[in-house]
Design a protein around this ligand. Structure first.
Ligand code: THU
Length: 139
């Protein structure tokens, strides 16, 4: 389990990663950071597209980059910071990871990995996605 100081470093990395968002359509910047078992931090930000459905969330950019660049190295924690100074949050729900990202977390992170959501708290992965889609991988 990562210590408090690496988790607070991870939170700062997620906040800083908002600056890398490419979000000309929504203007809603999201930064994410994952901590790896080897101590490295990999960040991501949301990347939008004129063909809106091609947009990729910050969380997935971070998890996919970590998995691609550090194959076989476990993700031990995830931090997310969402929002924009010009966008009003109706509620904390506007800061929560979307369903697609939750499913990817379930695949690429241990179920007990700490998750930190800026302005919201530290929900468990199983509370975010109690009934994930799973396939057997042992055949
Ligand atoms: N977004 C994320 O980056 N993460 C989420 O979990 C939800 C939404 C992004 C996608 C899009 O660029 C913007 O937020 C507005 O939906």
């Amino acid at each position: 389990m990562p210590d408090t100081s690496s988790l607070s470093q991870l939170a700062q990395a997620a906040r800083a990663a908002r600056a890398s968002a490419y979000a000309p359509y929504s203007k809603f910047r999201v930064g994410a950071a994952v901590l790896l078992a080897n101590g490295e931090i990999v960040t991501g930000a949301n990347i939008e597209n004129a063909s809106y459905g091609l947009t990729c969330c910050a969380e997935r950019v971070a998890m996919f980059a970590a998995t691609a660049h550090h194959p076989g190295v476990r993700i031990t924690a995830l931090a997310v910071s969402a929002g924009d100074d010009h966008v009003q949050h109706d509620s904390d729900n506007g800061r929560m990871p979307c369903g697609a990202c939750r499913q990817v977390m379930m695949e690429l992170m241990p179920a007990d990995a700490p998750i930190w959501i800026d302005g919201v708290g530290e929900p468990s992965l199983s509370s975010l996605l109690p009934t994930p889609f799973k396939l057997r991988t042992d055949t």
